[in-house]
Design a protein around this ligand. Sequence first.
Ligand SMILES: Cc1cc2nc3c(=O)[nH]c(=O)nc-3n(C[C@H](O)[C@H](O)[C@H](O)COP(=O)(O)OP(=O)(O)OC[C@H]3O[C@@H](n4cnc5c(N)ncnc54)[C@H](O)[C@@H]3O)c2cc1C
Length: 372
Amino acid sequence: MDYGLTDQAVALRQEVRSFVEDELAPVAAEIDREDRYPAAVLAALGDHGYTGLTIDTDYGGGGGSLLELTVLVEELSRANMAVASAVGLNLGVAEAIERFGTDEQRETYLPGMARFETVGALGLSEAGAGSDKSGMETTARRDGDEWVLDGRKRWVTNFANADVVLTYGRTGGEWPRGVTAFLLPAEELDVETAWETMGAHGVETAAVSIDGVRVPETAVVGDVGEGMVQRGELRTGVNVPARAVGLAQAAFEDAREFAGEREQFGGPLTDKQGLRWQLAEMAERTDTSRLLVRRAASLADAGEETARATSMAKIHATEAAVANANDAMQVHGGAGYVADTDVGRYLRDARLLTVAGGPNEVHRDSLADALL
Ligand SMILES: Cc1cc2nc3c(=O)[nH]c(=O)nc-3n(C[C@H](O)[C@H](O)[C@H](O)COP(=O)(O)OP(=O)(O)OC[C@H]3O[C@@H](n4cnc5c(N)ncnc54)[C@H](O)[C@@H]3O)c2cc1C
């Protein structure tokens, strides 16, 4: 379905789809089963310029739109959500540097990030700062011409492979002001726990401690005290519902194929009306999700207000992915419950997305705020 796509985005989708067929799909299940970091795939994505899609061409990126980002991420996630998440997170850090950083920061980090040779991770959440980031306790204090950071971050995804962590710390002042963003070298942070997660295998997530890490003034991203306010202006977060669209599509396709081939009660499952309706609903959920995601991305590309569209896309697409993966498992019968089937992986991966990127309940609050 090309609705709402530019010719450039359609061409990108074709290119990425053939990359995925050749280089990602064949190893997608293996990455999950072995919980192995997909280094080769990410390097190849970097060589093709996909990992720098939305980074400005002045810094070695593709200068692509957010709409194109949703196309890229959907296609990757259709094969493997974790790979799509690594790309999306890195571009999220790059967006913060590009929009709010200094020229020196842009020149230092963005060309490497565009090729995925320099990898960015996000250090925002903490034990007491989950859905409500105002509980943040990590501090940053000036000491001469340096900053000293102390605290703990959790859920730092892809920390093990990251070079730089965009880290948020309190610098004094009333919430939502009083938080500043810093670029910390990953080697200065210590892993406390590397979690074994239910899904998103291949891209590990960790709890880390920050003990008296000293950085120069040049590590500050954006204005002191404005970190959270500026964070609210970032738009690459649309990659989260785009990942959900990829999963919803994959679950639908697998269910349709299985139901067409599997015969019971004298004919294929696709002869049974209950199942036909189920497949129709899965397609409907996928298409509506994709349209909402494209709307959110297109509004952001046009510089319009996106709160309503973004939260709607996040809620709808991530819940559609969970529902489709669950339905696909039911359609597969016992075959869907075998440990390493793709449908099981879709369900485990989809389940993350209603929480990551802000739980859907918080997005429902934001949506209501935008409506009321
Ligand atoms: C695998 C994984 C990767 C992640 N990667 C990163 C990362 O790279 N960097 C990073 O900084 N963070 C990351 N996160 C953190 C993620 O953003 C948080 O998990 C999320 O913000 C929710 O915080 P919490 O888990 O502490 O849930 P809590 O805040 O404890 O909330 C628990 C539940 O309560 C409900 N709830 C919360 N608030 C409300 C409300 N206002 N109204 C109604 N119900 C509510 C929701 O159902 C929510 O799921 C990751 C998380 C996971 C699981």
